[in-house]
Ligand binder design. Structure first.
Ligand code: GAL
Length: 425
């Protein structure tokens, strides 16, 4: 072998060695990224912060998981639910999603076979005696448990701007009569009495549902969802009459507002009151307002002693892409730590019974007391009382009433929807 040949051989060998070494130095194929995709409609002030607080607990407990926040704005309306439905039916579920306990969970997703049974998780996490039985029942079907409640919101609350009420020497109204007296007094002073933002339809239905409860009382109100109370009877007619009169006191641009911007009107003193669930409390807090100083609260008119329950829960869809991370998420949702981080910001009380009361502000402590002592009634607009088909019809019918003011047509349409959805005969 000539000298130059030997030289080339050495070079070739060196090259091979370098390549081999480089190959060994390559990092091992990266492990598949751990992800967790959570779907909700929590994008407004308060609710977004609450969700983030629960993400923070998750990150501490399960570092290294990328959380994808797939929230879609729209509150309890059809918008976010339509996005979820497209994904679920298209075989592209998120890892876990916000769903109300009751019909929204059971009729829409459980009976149709889309959810995993979580009973074993409930048992292994020791949750069975940590939640009120009513809440467990709301997320159960045929003896199996299908989701994890994170909170209890109260739907039937009247929020008012304290400075306006103090300025005009007004007391927050507790009955319908008082409501109309106060509304007249405010109107005479040039103040918009009631803020409404029904851009997404459900907000008007929400107001109407509190009027129904106020007129009918717990038993007859419950009967609306079981066919015991007819939609065409005198009490519902009275509810429409009162609702119509209330609408005479709302901001003219209500169709351009949503629940959160309507709450902002109260905070800004552009309206004196709003009737909304206590996610408005979360909203006020997120804007730095002080409960009992900047704003006050009372049950919606004639709703004293009635607690309209709205419970947000998270479940596990079959074929969740990151099942292991989703189960870890559900563990956070059901934990004391997760709920204590989430609820004070969200404006709700824990679904668990053992949360530390001192972590909750003056409004939420009053809500805890009311929850323990009041009659609990379900919310239809927020998914518990009636199946989805009825809920959609209800929102449309009430939204149409806001402009048509045709109570007879609305009552007949409600009765028809009740029959069509097999709630009434
Ligand atoms: C409700 C939900 C609350 C709150 C509200 C407005 O349906 O239960 O958590 O988010 O919508 O978005």
């Amino acid at each position: 072998m000539s000298r130059s040949h030997r030289w080339s051989l050495w070079v070739a060998l060196l090259l091979i060695l370098t390549l081999l070494l480089a190959a060994c130095a390559q990092p091992a194929t990266p492990a598949p990224a751990k992800k967790l995709e959570i779907f909700s409609w929590w994008t407004a002030g308060g609710e977004a912060e609450g969700l983030e607080a629960m993400f923070t607990v998750y990150r501490q407990k399960y570092p290294g998981v990328e959380i994808i926040n797939a929230a879609v704005a729209g509150g309890a309306g059809a918008q976010a639910k339509a996005v979820l439905k497209t994904r679920m039916l298209g075989g592209d579920p998120p890892d876990s999603f916000q769903v109300h306990g009751g019909a929204e969970l059971i009729d829409t997703w459980v009976k149709t076979g889309y959810m995993e049974d979580l009973t074993d998780l409930w048992k292994s996490e020791g949750w069975m005696d940590k939640f009120p039985k009513q809440l467990i029942d709301l997320v159960s079907y045929e003896g199996k448990i299908y989701s994890v409640p994170v909170n209890v919101h109260r739907g039937n609350v009247l929020w008012y701007n304290k400075k306006i009420f103090d300025q005009y020497g007004l007391q927050p109204p507790t009955t319908f009569d008082e409501f109309f007296q106060v509304a007249e007094a405010l109107k005479a002073k040039g103040v918009t009495p009631l803020a409404l933002g029904d851009k997404l339809k459900w907000e008007a239905a929400h107001l109407f549902e509190t009027v129904l409860a106020g007129v009918l009382g717990a038993e007859k109100y419950r009967g609306l969802w079981t066919g015991q109370t007819p939609w065409t009877g005198p009490e519902v007619a009275q509810a429409f009459e009162i609702f119509g009169r209330m609408l005479d006191y709302v901001n003219e641009d209500h169709a351009a507002h949503t629940w959160d911007s309507a709450t902002q009107l109260v905070l800004d003193g552009k309206a004196a009151m709003t009737i909304m669930g206590d996610w408005s409390h979360g909203y006020f807090l997120s804007k730095g307002a002080k409960p009992g100083v900047d704003y006050g609260w009372v049950p919606a008119p004639n709703n004293k002693g009635l607690f309209m329950v709205v419970t947000d829960t998270f479940g596990l869809p079959k074929k969740a892409p990151h099942r292991e991370q989703a189960i870890a998420w559900l563990k956070v949702c059901g934990s004391k730590e997760g709920q204590e981080a989430f609820n004070p910001k969200k404006g709700s009380i824990c679904a668990r019974l053992d949360c530390d009361r001192s972590k909750f502000d003056v409004y939420l402590q009053s809500s805890m007391d009311d929850f323990a002592r009041d009659q609990l009634i379900p919310s239809e607009v927020h998914g518990s009382a009636a199946p989805e088909g009825f809920a959609t019809a209800f929102n449309d019918i009430i939204f149409n009433f806001v402009t048509s003011r045709d109570a007879k047509a609305a009552m007949e349409a409600l009765q028809k929807a009740c029959v069509e959805n097999k709630m009434c005969k």
